[in-house]
Write a protein that binds this ligand. Structure first.
Ligand code: GLV
Ligand code: MN
Ligand code: MN
Length: 413
């Protein structure tokens, strides 16, 4: 294969251009699933895929596949990809580096006259972020069969609008049952992503190769108390759903710290009270609680403890509680031989690297159930992510794209 030329300036321009497609005022990036910005972002990425000579198709939930056919159609495809949806108040690199970086990797391979024997497919996954429906990785969950089409059809956003309504409105029709991948469809999956943690930067290492992804879970708690006039309802008689929620949020913190493991984390990232008037006792509260750990047993014990604490708090405060476990996933173990392939590529290219755990979740968590999978991490400034000041430099992105391109070549040649 001829040497690869990565056009990092062009990639950086494309990252900047996509960042301008946002529901918020730039530099804030907000692209919630199937919002107008998400749809325009998808169009932008699709146009780059077309220019790169890739064949496009999409499935019923809106996962987009951009394909470069191999010379041997009987061999399983190698896939790469990530997401372009972004949580409220996000930055421009989370997910995007793995999508636009993969397009640049493919362009570099094409420019070097490389001819893959296996097809290469870039997947732009639907809803890696949980913002609209409270659960993340909807596209990869359906692809892997972890999420049933029947359950997906029950998803409603906070305005009661269903996944079916949203996807059909965005032009993704057909049966969700058809999204699941056929067996042995992919020979491998590799996702390029920013680390979203500080280790690579602190250790001045160019590439992280992911061996394991921590186990995520989400609880949704709906609390119903009794509202009333903030002046007229005296304190002893109150059934304040907001205060019960506040106690639950503190119980989450107490529980995860109480495991004694630095790997247990818990976040009450959604906490809404109704009616939301200063002179009205909160009658309802909605909490969404994210709990993760690298060890499944510790995570599960923390979840159970939080549920018990919430039940006790609500009983004591005479507030009714409905708890739903939106997801409670096991950790993913990446494929040892694919991890070794990426490490060998790093050695060949003279790029510093280390094996690591991902504390964030990714579509790889579910692709790992379907085929040998791993991730290529690049450093980001101060480990910051899910914030507008998220940043990776061109010098940090370039080795990631190069290692991805070379890994694609190695696994498809
Ligand atoms: C993904 O965005 C995560 O929350 O880990
Ligand atoms: Mn994210
Ligand atoms: Mn991401």
């Amino acid at each position: 294969m001829n040497p690869l030329t990565i056009d990092i300036q062009r990639l950086q321009r494309e990252i900047n251009e996509l960042a301008l497609i946002t529901e918020a005022e730039p530099p804030v990036v907000t692209r919630v699933l199937f919002s107008e910005a998400d749809i325009r972002g998808r169009e932008f990425v699709k146009s780059l895929c077309c220019e790169a000579g890739l064949a496009l198709r999409a499935d019923a939930v809106g996962n987009i596949f951009a394909r470069w056919d191999g010379t041997n159609g009987s061999l399983a495809t190698v896939a790469t990809g990530s997401h372009i949806d972004a949580i409220p108040n996000a930055g421009k690199f989370d997910g995007v580096v793995g999508v636009l970086g993969a397009i640049e990797a493919i362009r570099a391979l094409k420019k070097s006259s490389y001819q893959p024997r296996r097809a290469i497919e870039l997947i732009i996954f639907t809803a890696e972020e949980p913002t609209r429906f409270g659960i993340g990785c909807i596209g990869s969950r359906l692809l892997s069969g972890v999420l049933s089409p029947e359950r997906a059809a029950t998803f409603r956003d906070r305005d009661g609008k269903s996944l079916d309504e949203w996807r059909q409105g965005a032009g993704y029709t057909g049966s969700l049952a058809a999204v699941r991948l056929p067996k042995d469809c992919y020979a491998a999956f590799v996702e390029l992503h920013i680390e979203q943690g500080p280790i690579l930067e602190q250790e001045n290492t160019a590439i992280g190769i992911v061996e394991k992804i921590a186990a995520p879970s989400t609880l949704r708690m709906q609390l119903t108390g009794v509202g009333g006039h903030a002046g007229a309802v005296l304190m002893p008689g109150r059934r304040d759903a907001g205060l019960a929620g506040a106690e639950i949020a503190l119980a989450v913190e107490r529980t995860v710290i109480g495991t004694g493991s630095p790997d247990t984390v818990g976040t009450t990232g959604v906490f809404r009270i109704e009616p939301g008037a200063v002179n009205s006792v909160p009658s309802r509260a909605l909490l969404e609680i994210d709990v993760r750990d690298t060890k499944l047993a510790t995570r599960d014990a923390a979840l159970a403890q939080i549920e018990t604490a919430a039940a006790e708090i609500c009983k004591r405060r005479h507030v009714t509680l409905q708890t739903d476990r939106l997801n409670a996933d096991p950790p993913a173990i990446c494929d040892g031989s694919l991890v070794k392939t990426v490490a060998d590529v790093c050695r060949q290219l003279g790029v510093s690297h280390k094996k690591m755990i991902s504390r964030a979740y990714h579509d790889t968590l579910f692709m790992a159930q379907v085929c040998p999978s791993t991730m290529i991490f690049i450093p980001c400034r101060d480990g910051v992510s899910h914030r507008p000041d998220e940043f990776s430099s061109s010098e940090q992105i370039e080795p990631g794209v190069r290692v991805l391109a070379q890994t694609l070549a190695q696994t498809t040649g």
